[in-house]
Design a protein around this ligand. Structure first.
Ligand code: KG4
Ligand code: ZN
Length: 341
């Protein structure tokens, strides 16, 4: 079964063709970073306009690269939330029109279940049940995943998401937007032990996260050392990254302990972070937990993960009607999946 996936929830216009929910035939991502960069963050109205401009060429390119003729497709999967409503509407409207014109079934995919579905395309995929840490620009959630659409939310961030903290700290260090990748690279030249930033909620009683404190601590530190005239951006980046990674790794491992579960998946844009990938593998190894992390390009937003999840929906007969709606926060597609916005 060949599924065309479409993703426009934020600042990437993406389309992909995936066969049987696991084999990627094409995966095209058009990033709008250059558009939003001067503003230091995503401007929703500009995002919608760029999606309108790019959706047709991006889908055409995905079909071209896949070598799959449109009449060989078996379905269309589209992200319907959570995300920016105007941006989501572009993808959803296109997907509906395309599915209708081609006579294909349509299915709406929750962006978060899409991120988790990225691991189903890795070999071997994780066996159910597993614990999933989803860390992105909008979410930091821990799930106990019992089935492809059966999620139990164990914890979530109470304020900033992990990726959001990376972006905000990068901005205050003058590194531009988005900041995760540049902080990751900068940290390589720094000493993660030199500056100790706080690790919030680091106890076994809660699986919730909080990252706004560490961001404020970095801001205070920067103000202090700037006055003294000495500041090593590399050490600040490495110290901040280590604080975030410590909490993510520790809580994910505790979650596997709590559920007596030996499988952990790490997904979402922050799962592309090289230090997190290294540390979580090291720690999981120590605890006898097998860890599944998609390759970096499947961690950040893409449409292959949406097509993969769409395949599972369609193979279970979960088609969506043509009046499928989009949503910014509340998941309406699934019970069990939760979003903090
Ligand atoms: O999943 P994603 O592409 O979009 C959302 O659903 O939010 O995640 C984007 C987030 C951004 O905050 C970005 O800075 C962060 O993931 N990110 C990273 C890295 N690559 C992307 N954070 C840390 N290290 C990275 N290498
Ligand atoms: Zn995402």
């Amino acid at each position: 079964m060949m599924v065309l996936g479409i993703e426009t929830s934020c600042d990437e216009t993406a389309a992909a063709v995936v066969s049987h929910g696991e084999r990627i035939l094409s995966n095209v991502v058009w990033s709008q970073v250059a558009t939003h960069h001067p503003y230091g963050g995503v401007v929703p109205e500009l995002a919608s306009r760029k999606h309108v401009e790019k959706i047709v060429p991006v889908v055409e390119e995905a079909l071209d690269r896949s070598g799959v003729n449109s009449n060989r497709l078996d379905g269309v999967a589209v992200t319907c939330g959570p995300g920016l409503v105007g941006a989501l509407l572009v993808g959803a409207s296109f997907a509906k029109a395309y599915a209708y014109a081609q006579g294909l079934p349509l299915t709406g995919v929750n962006h978060l279940e899409g991120h988790v579905a990225a691991v189903y395309m890795e070999r071997p995929p994780p066996p159910f049940p597993f614990v999933a840490l989803l860390a992105s620009g909008g979410h930091t959630n821990l799930y106990y995943v019992k089935g492809r659409t059966d999620f139990e939310l164990m914890g979530q961030t109470r304020d900033d998401a992990a990726g959001e903290a990376f972006d905000k700290v990068a901005k205050l260090l003058g590194l531009g937007y988005p900041g995760g990748q540049v902080m990751d690279q900068l940290s390589e030249g720094g000493d993660p032990e030199r500056i100790h930033f706080p690790r919030a909620l680091l106890d076994k009683t809660s699986f919730d996260f909080s990252f706004s404190g560490v961001k404020t601590a970095v801001a205070r530190y920067v103000a202090k050392v700037q006055q003294a005239g000495s500041v090593s951006l590399e050490d600040i980046a490495a110290g901040f990254q280590e604080a975030v990674v410590d909490v993510l790794v520790q809580k994910a491992i505790w979650a596997t302990e709590k559920k007596r579960c030996e499988t952990l998946a790490v997904v979402g844009g922050v799962a592309a972070n090289s230090r997190l990938r290294f540390r979580i593998k090291e720690e999981a190894n120590r605890f006898g937990v097998s860890v599944h992390i998609p390759k970096p390009e499947l961690c950040t937003d893409n449409a292959a993960m949406i097509a993969a999840m769409g395949y599972w929906h369609l193979s279970e007969g979960k088609d969506s009607p043509l009046d499928l709606d989009v949503y910014s926060k509340k998941p309406r597609v699934l019970n069990g999946l939760s979003s903090n916005g």
